[in-house]
Design a protein around this ligand. Structure first.
Ligand code: IMP
Ligand code: MG
Length: 180
């Protein structure tokens, strides 16, 4: 397979990604059987994950998206979260599942959970493809986790560094020299 020259090694292969997504889809299907589910993707990192997750699920549900910023083009969270694009419909009374690519400091998801609770969602849960628990600054319960990973900077399958590498079909560890 073709590996991007800026990628040091592959952390999660396309096959493993498929297995992770299938497992999460089964768990979510079972838990939301009788609920009015709305999935809210956090753009842009979640886009490939969310597309595959939706296709793997049996349940029908509505979707929406938000764009938030906290990183300002680096590899460290600034801690401040801004909503750059809001959902385009009411979330009141809905069972929301926020779809994230990765939880790192926890600042983004901590903000979004409070944000949607304030908009009177019936419930707010989180599915994240990756979790880097070593980097957490805010403790926040994560309901569905694809894979727990060490403190490395990863790209691909939606995840970027400075808007690059999102379209890689696998998840790789970015060479240190690219961002140091
Ligand atoms: P948090 O607010 O620090 O939890 O940051 C979560 C966001 O940071 C994610 O949605 C990603 O956009 C970004 N992020 C965190 N770690 C990585 C990484 O290893 N690669 C690419 N993006 C990352
Ligand atoms: Mg993101």
């Amino acid at each position: 397979m073709f590996i991007n020259k800026d990628v040091e090694s592959i952390l999660v292969s396309e096959n493993e990604l498929r297995e992770i997504v299938a497992r999460l889809a089964g768990e979510i299907d079972a838990d939301y059987k009788d609920k009015d589910l709305m999935m809210i993707g956090v753009l842009k990192g979640s886009v490939l994950f969310m597309a595959d997750l939706m296709k793997a699920m049996e349940k029908d549900f509505s979707i929406d998206f938000v764009v938030v910023s906290s990183y300002e083009n680096g590899t460290e969270s600034s801690g401040r979260v801004n909503v750059l694009k809001d959902v385009s419909q009411s979330v009141e009374g809905k069972d929301l599942l926020i779809v994230e690519d990765i939880i790192d400091s926890g600042n983004t998801l901590n903000f979004l959970v409070q944000y949607f609770n304030a908009k009177k969602a019936k419930s707010v849960k989180i599915v994240t493809l990756f979790d880097k628990p070593d980097r957490r600054q805010v403790e926040i319960p994560v309901d569905y986790v694809g894979k727990v990973i060490p403190d490395v900077f990863i790209v691909g399958y939606g995840l970027d560094y400075s808007e690059k590498y999102r379209t890689l079909p696998y998840v790789g560890i970015l060479k240190h020299e690219i961002y140091s």
